[in-house]
Each structure stands twice: as structure tokens, then as C-alpha cells.
Design a protein around this ligand. Structure first.
Ligand SMILES: Cc1ncc(COP(=O)(O)O)c(C=O)c1O
Length: 368
């Protein structure tokens, strides 16, 4: 029989598929649990439920489902451009910000070229890189965060892209404005810096830089963001990149013609205007983070300080058995052994009662 794995391009042969958080229904089926009693804190989703304004916008689009969406995403691009004081031609819309990362890889990477990213960085960077036959250069992390100096040193003549996440997932680590400007000042002009700000809305007003402030001075910068997290639209898959108009033009050449669906476009426009929802998302996250930190402290557990909507908890021992025991309690969190962190579990911030359920289950599992 033909070995179709051996026939795949070498980078793909070596890939491991992305492992998502376990769906509630899957756990319910596996352990014969009531789905209603299961708490999922495994995919950095927004626990608030979608913005009512986004839902209303979706309902308004339903009658048009027989038609293709606006392939150029005119309305959403215009709104993003107005919001962030850029030109619509600088905006690339994606099927989630994941799509933006893949468009960058497809447009700028190829066999013989490489992308630089950090140890413990988001799993899609190596997947997108290897999928197009390029090499991923993984730079050891410093205190679980990006070692930007070492990343600069790792850039060579074949480097075309650097992926950096601020804050990073799954560690929640971040770097400040000075570190970013020093980094951008020293990255070669021909290297595209993808600054992944999937969680930036949770950190606004904080000590993190706003990547968009650096675009004018750095034509080799692309900032990617998403509606999946603080805007609460993960299921719809909509994200965006903001870059120079030239980079956006290049990405547009490799984009699927209708990569963002009409419900997502309409909902994202509405969500962008729903500042009340965004404020509530942030407040809920801040309170939930404090709740989980207090719970960890009470259980004598360490954690990595996080500016995302999740926290990586340190158990100082392999967490596979703890994770299994939590699943039996109906609590789904995220093992991060695949990220080189076998003694950690990543827990997304939930509603206060969901966080409490997790902490109760954890105390029981640890025999505390
Ligand atoms: C750092 C980071 N970047 C990008 C994404 C992609 O999210 P989406 O494709 O839903 O926009 C995620 C999702 O978890 C993430 O953690």
C-alpha cells in the first residue's frame, strides 16, 4: 500500500497536530458525566457568553446565508481602520488570527528559510512554519518569557519571520514598551516581525506596549489580534492583522477568497462597538485572576504571573495524573506538556462559580 505519510512534504511528516482543549461533550461521553455539570477552563474562551449586540447582528445576517460574504470585508476593515487610525489597506482579515499567522508563513516562508520563535510560545508558530517546509528556530525562554536578546541573536540570513506573542500563551508572560522598541530597532529590516496580541485587550492600560504604536516607524511589523478572546467570538473565527499596506497586499494574494464568513464579519463589527462588553470582560478577568491566584496561594501552589485570560499553575511534579483526576471531577483544564511544561496546567479564567468549582476540585484531587 502506498505510504502517503512518506509522500507528504518533510516538514508536514514531522508535525504533530494541534491539540485543542477537550470539548465538554467529549468528556461527558467518555466518563458518562452530565454535560451541564462540566466546567471547561481549557481554551482561553470568554466565559461571559457573546455580546448581545453581536448576537443581534448575526440574526440580521441570517437571511443572506445563501450569498457569499464580502470577500474584502469592507465594513469590518473600515471600522478597524477608523478605530486604530490606520488605512483600510493596512488591514488583513483572517479566519481567526490563526489564519493571519498561516498567511504570513505561506507568503514569506519556504524550504531553506526559517522563522524564529520562543520556547513555550504558541503552538501554531511551529505548525505554520513547518507546514510550508521552513525551519522553526526555537530560542530558549527566559523565566518562561521571550528572551528577545537571544531571539535577535538567532536571526540569520535565512530568517524571514519572527513570531512574538505579548502576552504569550500558555505562559501569560509579557514584555514592556522599552523591550519592544529595543527589539524592533535591531531586527533586520528584511525580517517580518509578527507581534501576536491575541490577549492584548486584557492588558490595556497595563505595562504592555500597544503594538500599533510602532507600525509607522517599522514597516517590517505586523500586529495580529483576534475577536476570539476579550470580544467573545471564538466560534466564529475572526481575527486581523495590521501591517504596512504592502505586507497586507502580499497576504491578500494568498488568502482564500472568502476567508471570513458573513456572520463573523457582522458580529465583529458589532462587538468592536460594544465597549461595555469589553469592560465587563476585563473586569471579570481581573477578578477571576485574583480568585485563582488566592486559591493557588491557599493550596501552596506557585504560578507564572499572567496578563492573559489564563494562568499556568506550577505543581512541581508531572501533572498528567492531576489532570486525569480533575477530568473525573468534571473540570477540564489544559495540560501543557506539549509546550515543554509537564509540571504545569494552564487554567483559563472562568466565571466566579466556575473558578470556585475548579479550586474545590483541585483541593479534593490534591487531598488538601
Ligand atoms: C497567542 C495566540 N495567538 C493566536 C491565537 C489564535 O486565536 P484565534 O485563531 O482564535 O484568533 C491564540 C489562541 O489561543 C493564541 O493563544
Amino acid at each position: 500500500m502506498t505510504d502517503f505519510l512518506a509522500l507528504a512534504q518533510p516538514g508536514v511528516q514531522k508535525l504533530s497536530p494541534y491539540v485543542p482543549g477537550k470539548p465538554v461533550d467529549e468528556l461527558a461521553r467518555e466518563l458518562d458525566l452530565d454535560p451541564a455539570g462540566i466546567v471547561k477552563l481549557a481554551s482561553n474562551e470568554n466565559p461571559l457568553g457573546p455580546s448581545p449586540k453581536a448576537l443581534e447582528a448575526i440574526r440580521g445576517e441570517l437571511a443572506e446565508l445563501t450569498r457569499y460574504p464580502d470577500g474584502n470585508g469592507f465594513a469590518l476593515k473600515s471600522r478597524l481602520a477608523a478605530r486604530y487610525a490606520v488605512q483600510p489597506q493596512q488591514v488583513t482579515l483572517g479566519n481567526g488570527s490563526n489564519d493571519i499567522l498561516e498567511l504570513v508563513a505561506r507568503a514569506y516562508l519556504a524550504p531553506g528559510l526559517n522563522a524564529v520563535f520562543s520556547e513555550h510560545a504558541f503552538a501554531v508558530y511551529p505548525i505554520a512554519t513547518q507546514a510550508v517546509g521552513a525551519q522553526g528556530k526555537v530560542v530558549p525562554a527566559k523565566d518562561f518569557g521571550h528572551d528577545l536578546e537571544a531571539m535577535l541573536a538567532a536571526i540569520d540570513a535565512n530568517t524571514r519571520v519572527v513570531f512574538i506573542a505579548n502576552p504569550n500563551n500558555p505562559t501569560g508572560t509579557w514584555f514592556g514598551p522599552q523591550a519592544l522598541s529595543d527589539f524592533l530597532a535591531r531586527v533586520p529590516q528584511e525580517v517580518l516581525v509578527v507581534l501576536d496580541e491575541a490577549y492584548i485587550e486584557y492588558a490595556e492600560g497595563d505595562e504592555l506596549p500597544d503594538g500599533l504604536d510602532y507600525l509607522a516607524a517599522h514597516p517590517n511589523l505586523l500586529v495580529s489580534r483576534t475577536f476570539s478572546k476579550a470580544y467573545g467570538l471564538a466560534a466564529l473565527r475572526v481575527g486581523y492583522g495590521i501591517s504596512s499596506a504592502q505586507v497586507a497586499d502580499v497576504l491578500n494574494r494568498v488568502r482564500q477568497p472568502f476567508n471570513v464568513n458573513s456572520l463573523a464579519l457582522a458580529a465583529a463589527c458589532a462587538a468592536l462597538d460594544d465597549t461595555d462588553y469589553l469592560v465587563r470582560s476585563r473586569q471579570l478577568n481581573d477578578a477571576g485572576m485574583a480568585q485563582l491566584e488566592a486559591g493557588c496561594r491557599a493550596l501552596g501552589l506557585g504560578w507564572i504571573p499572567s496578563r492573559g485570560n489564563f494562568i499556568a499553575i506550577d505543581f512541581a511534579r508531572d501533572t498528567a495524573a492531576i489532570n486525569q483526576a480533575l477530568l473525573r471531577e468534571g473540570v477540564i483544564v489544559r495540560p501543557v506538556a506539549g509546550y515543554g511544561m509537564p509540571t504545569y496546567l494552564r487554567v483559563s479564567i472562568g466565571l466566579p462559580e466556575e473558578n470556585a468549582r475548579f479550586l474545590e476540585a483541585l483541593a479534593k484531587v490534591l487531598g488538601a
